[in-house]
Design a protein around this ligand. Structure first.
Ligand code: ZN
Length: 1134
């Protein structure tokens, strides 16, 4: 029967001939000859076609050919199937199938062979589903299944084909209408009958991706049935030989629970408990991980969405803007009617939104789409066009910030220290700052900065009683040795003479009062003298600075870490290895909240929204929280279990989102107890906390015994999507979004300690002011340092502007001329408050520039530095993550900054416009940032060429005339700075970035070397610091290396011969002058799309956004789209 029967027709002799060829092909090395295969296949197909027409009743001949095909397609690693498909083989098979189905009864053997072949070809044919539907093959297969439920031999290949059909969504809907869902439920069986379940389950799983089918399954009462089946298999399959079947059952449940009705049925059928218990039993067996992961996914999906435990997501603090911008997020916020519940959406019942819920990949997909969309393709915008900007008459006012360009040094005492405080226009209100800069700050006066300090005697710090609650300002001991101010250790540290927010507000009810009430009882701590290690730090000066800092909540407390200072530890802090299954176990603990509700305390222990008494006294049962100090931003703390706390961060002011940065204080801890902290309203879809990053902790007890420092800490760290619903109001109109949880655990090692946790090393505005004041002390007669006030912020803080260069060698004309003609370097930092690392890099730059090294001296002689070290003081002061008080991202305002709403950007841009007008545009512009999702330090620049290369737009060669100078500085940095990675740099101009400093300064001011420098918040994966966390020492080093790189740049650009310069630059660039590899292409300059795969095995539910509605026929058939669906589905089977 299996031998081809020789008939009379010519065609049969051709088959013999083909067979001969086939035999040779199968037997010899020619197997790999695709060309031959192609020929043979073509001939066979032709044969089948003519066979079909002329001799349709010759079933045997058809069968013979199918046998040959089957044999032919079984080898060749799928390439032959590819050829077969490309020649239209699938369609011919369907034709034969339809023809054969008309025979009554159809030949079983023919159907068996056909379906076996189809099952083989189907997964390789992207249009299989469409072809099947159009040829009418769906019903043939379905009828065969219905008629052969007991005939396993035929049933199996039919189910396999059905599985491929069902992967196409339109097919799935149509099959569902024909009762195939019910049919599959008949086939899948309990453990006692393990037969065809597996393939039927696969088919069913695919069918249930259609929401209509899922609804059908729910209506048919199949959710409890599936759960019962799962439990049955779980109990009986003790040796885990049928894990795929168990997983198949879970996949069905997973797809059904994509609809709200399904989740409801799941909960009602006690699904949470069943899956929780079975998973717990599966946990010890590593091979059962897929079951645990899918179960956990289903449970998370069905976990009832909670609302954040706050009454509004708008920031606790409000700042009235002088005027509200007409459009944008702030306008939206202000136009929101009072009383609207912005924490959750009014109605969660909208099935339409379900398609989007829980799609973990959604954002990445979107990023992927934008990846190419976002590249600037308008050539006009790619050519730097110097914008006229403001009229020169207006810009002339900025002349005062460039005294060095007109200074003649004839009148003034040559070596006299130059200090100017100037403000643009009429903003004389800032002159209070004058005091800070023109004379030493009061407290600093008591300590001579240059006084020789004896070696540190941190060991000698001791606790004493202090009856007088006033700060003892600095008591020098007779021998001039260690000098300490004494202070209570208590929480919080209050500024005695500043009105506090709580004054008059019933503050005396609070458990933790000011110093007055506890005077004489608490132990008194002595401030570690870190002057030698931290030359720019001075606790007393810090307190003075805080007094001049304006915060919206009017903070009256000082956080100890900012007061004591941070001495970078000398030991290495490696990135942590992620513990296997940590996310899963954390999620299970979250699910237990639902399973065992009685274990949950839900006790609010801190609440910023209740102004009178945010700290709860309860006799030591709970931790105490606080973050009412500069840069703090904890809004609420809820004790959920004895040693576990849910924490809610405050939104940026005048905003209802941007939660990521955190800085808060904890006290009342038990020594040695493991505490779990969950920050439950994070917003980014992934975080370096999943890739080795730890949080930072500062212990006051450690500080007073001589180790004042932030250390990386935390175990069981992970970052995952949680069950707290995010309102569409805060999610840009998108419904069904969730927040993310950052969870970490830690133990405390000191009794009566006060500890602080932060996202990254804090660097407050007051710290900056202190550092700037101390920089003055580093001045030598050779250094020209001027500190101006650029402007005042909305919140009443001043924005400092620094000028650093070398004094002219003499007041001779030549020297004065050289002095004035030095190229300018323009630097800025900290436009984003949450990126504190940028400030530490800036500190490194400033200290280096003020240093005594020959390099620093040469650098000062080479350039004039203009530096705005903190572009967003208000955001920093108020604990914002991203915005200024205007509720906007200031780094999206450079195109059209508003002088009232964005004064720091407006005036910084004006400085640059002024320079452009007088033909002194800076040689380099660089804005320092921090990066939360990538490792290392790297730069973004602007290049026409590289943008054109990335975007496929056609450009003439003259459009691409561009020298490679923009690559020189990053290239030098990659050679000298260990944390810097050239591979992560990108020089593409993106549309979404057209209002950032980098792009605007490049395009409008005409600065070719205009950069954003991004420093990781996490650590490095290359170079000397590979595998280590980044610390303040490395960040400061980066800032210093940036200066060194500028000096090298000077040597290259200092050459007059321009062509020579280009050669040299090309030289230093080496062979790197190719386009950046696509993997380094970045999305958002601050937050490029996340390119590492997210290890969310428990979350990749791989939902396709279905183009589905009730009427399958109405679905617009876009073959490409459908093919993608079927493709992705067949591929994700695992
Ligand atoms: Zn940034």
């Amino acid at each position: 029967m299996n031998k081809p029967k020789m008939a009379t027709e010519k065609g049969n002799s051709r088959i013999v001939m083909l067979l001969g060829q086939l035999e040779r092909m199968n037997g010899e090395a020619m197997v790999r000859d695709v060309e031959t295969a192609r020929q043979v296949t073509t001939k066979i197909l032709h044969l089948i076609q003519t066979q079909g027409k002329n001799n349709s009743r010759d079933v045997q001949t058809t069968l013979n050919i199918l046998y040959i095909l089957s044999e032919l397609l079984s080898v060749g690693e799928g390439r032959r199937i590819g050829v077969f498909v490309s020649k239209g083989g699938t369609g011919i098979l369907f034709q034969i199938q339809i023809t054969a189905s008309k025979e009554l009864p159809p030949s079983e053997e023919l159907m068996l062979q056909l379906h076996s072949l189809l099952a083989k070809v189907g997964p390789k044919d992207r249009k299989f589903g469409v072809k099947a539907r159009l040829s009418g093959a769906l019903n043939v297969t379905v009828n065969l299944i219905k008629q052969n439920l007991q005939n396993v031999k035929l049933l199996l290949p039919c189910l396999q084909v059905l599985r491929v059909y069902a992967a196409n969504l339109v097919n799935a809907i149509s099959l569902g209408k024909n009762g195939v869902v019910e049919l599959m439920f008949k086939i899948i069986a309990p453990y006692s009958k393990k037969n065809t379940s597996l393939v039927a389950l696969d088919a069913l799983g695919a069918l249930l991706k259609s929401k209509t089918n899922a609804r059908r399954a729910v209506d048919g009462g199949h959710v409890p049935a599936l759960l019962a089946l799962y439990l049955d298999w779980h109990r009986n399959d003790t040796r885990h030989r049928h894990m795929v079947i168990r997983r198949g059952l879970l996949v069905c449940l997973r797809n059904i629970t994509n609809i709200k009705l399904g989740r409801k049925a799941f909960i009602e059928a006690d699904g949470m408990r069943i899956l929780y218990n079975t998973s717990t039993e599966c946990l010890p067996v590593r091979t059962l991980d897929p079951l645990v992961n899918t179960s956990s996914l289903i449970m998370r999906k069905c976990f009832p969405k909670n609302r954040l435990p706050v009454s509004t997501i708008k920031s606790t603090f409000h700042y009235q803007l002088p005027h509200v911008p007409p459009v944008g997020p702030v306008a939206q916020l202000y136009s929101q009617p009072p009383g609207v519940d912005d924490v959750v959406d009014e109605s969660d019942d909208n099935e339409e939104t379900e398609a989007e819920s829980d799609t973990e990949n959604e954002e990445d997909e979107k990023d992927h789409r934008t990846l190419n969309d976002d590249i600037e393709t308008d050539l006009n915008k790619l050519h730097p066009v110097k914008s006229p900007g403001r009229p020169f008459e207006e810009l002339r006012a900025y002349e005062r910030f460039f005294l060095e360009l007109s200074e003649d040094f004839q009148v003034s005492v040559f070596y006299m220290v130059l200090i100017h405080v100037t403000t643009p226009g009429s903003q004389e209100s800032c002159n209070s700052v004058k005091g800070q800069h023109t004379q030493p700050p009061p407290s600093a006066a008591t300590r001579t900065p240059a006084a020789p300090l004896a070696s540190l005697e941190l060991d000698s710090i001791h606790l004493t009683k202090d009856q007088d609650n006033k700060e003892e300002a600095h008591i020098p001991t007779p021998d001039g040795h260690t000098t300490f101010a004494t202070r209570h250790i208590q929480s919080p540290l209050l500024l005695g003479d500043i009105a506090t927010r709580r004054v008059g507000g019933g503050g005396s009810d609070c458990g933790s009062e000011g110093a007055e009430d506890e005077g004489g009882e608490g132990a008194v701590l002595e401030v570690p003298d870190t002057a030698l290690l931290l030359p720019l730090h001075d606790p007393d000066l810090y307190v003075e600075m805080v007094k001049g800092t304006h915060s919206v909540p009017q903070y009256a407390e000082v956080a100890y870490p900012d007061y004591f200072g941070h001495v970078a530890p000398t030991f290495k802090e490696p990135l942590v290895e992620r513990v296997y299954g940590v996310q899963r176990s954390k999620i299970f603990q979250d699910i237990e909240r639902l399973i065992h509700p009685n274990d949950i305390l839900d006790k609010v222990v801190y609440d910023l929204d209740i102004p009178s008494c945010p700290v709860i006294e309860d006799g030591g049962e709970s931790l105490k929280f606080n973050s009412q100090f500069e840069s703090g931003n904890l809004r609420k703390a809820v004790q959920v279990r004895k040693y576990e706390y849910d924490l809610v961060l405050n939104s940026d002011i005048n905003s209802n989102h941007y939660h990521q940065w955190f800085y808060f204080e904890v006290s009342g801890m038990r020594v040695g107890t493991n505490y779990r902290f969950n920050i439950i309203n994070c917003e980014k879809s992934n975080s370096q906390f999943n890739y080795g990053m730890q949080v930072l902790m500062y212990s006051v007890q450690e500080a007073i015994i001589g180790r004042p420092r932030w250390v990386r800490t935390g175990t069981d760290i992970c970052y995952y999507k949680n069950h707290f619903a995010r309102s569409s109001i805060a999610a840009g109109g998108q419904k069904g979004k969730s927040y993310f949880t950052l969870t970490f655990s830690t133990t405390f090692s000191h009794k009566d300690d006060v500890c602080y946790f932060a996202y990254h090393y804090p660097y407050t505005y007051s710290t900056l002011k202190m550092h700037l004041a101390k920089l003055e002390a580093l001045r030598t007669p050779q250094i020209y340092l001027r500190q101006d006030v650029l402007c005042e912020t909305l919140g009443g803080n001043t924005c400092p502007l620094l000028t650093i260069t070398a004094m002219p060698e003499s007041n001779s004309n030549d020297h004065i001329c050289q002095f004035r003609n030095r190229p300018l370097i323009f630097l800025s930092a900290r436009v984003h408050p949450g990126e504190t690392n940028a400030s530490w890099v800036m500190k490194g730059t400033l200290e280096f520039l003020m240093g005594t090294s020959p390099l620093a001296a040469s650098l000062r002689e080479a350039y004039i530095f203009k530096i705005v070290p903190m572009l967003n003081p208000d955001g920093v002061v108020n604990g914002n993550h991203r915005c200024s008080l205007s509720g906007e991202d200031l780094n999206r305002q450079w195109q059209n900054p508003n002088p009232e709403l964005h004064p720091t950007i407006y005036h910084t841009k004006s400085l640059l416009q002024y320079l452009a007008h007088i033909q002194r545009a800076p040689l380099v512009f660089c804005d320092y940032h921090g990066h939360s999702r990538k490792k290392n330090v790297f730069m973004y620049g602007c290049s026409v060429k590289e943008t054109v290369w990335q975007s496929n737009i056609s450009a003439t060669s003259s459009d691409l005339l561009e020298d490679l100078g923009y690559r020189t500085l990053p290239k030098i940095l990659s050679q000298i700075a260990p944390a810097f990675s050239m591979g992560s740099c990108s020089f593409v101009v993106e549309r979404s970035k057209e209002a950032t400093a980098r792009v605007v300064v490049w395009r409008e001011i005409g600065v070719q070397r205009s950069y954003t420098m991004e420093s990781t918040l996490c650590g490095c994966d290359q170079g000397k610091y590979k595998g280590l966390h980044i610390g303040t020492r490395e960040l400061e080093e980066m800032g210093a290396q940036f200066c060194v790189a500028l000096l090298r740049l000077k040597r290259l650009t200092g050459l007059r011969n321009h062509q020579h310069l280009l050669d040299l630059e090309s030289d230093i660039i080496g062979t790197q002058s190719k386009v950046a590899s696509p993997t380094t292409y970045v999305m958002e300059e601050d937050e490029p799309s996340f390119l590492e795969a997210i290890d969310y095995s428990a979350e990749s539910d791989n939902e396709d956004a279905e183009p589905e509605n009730e009427h399958g026929n109405d679905v617009h058939e876009n073959p490409d789209h459908l093919d993608q669906l079927s493709d992705s589905d067949t591929n994700h089977r695992d």
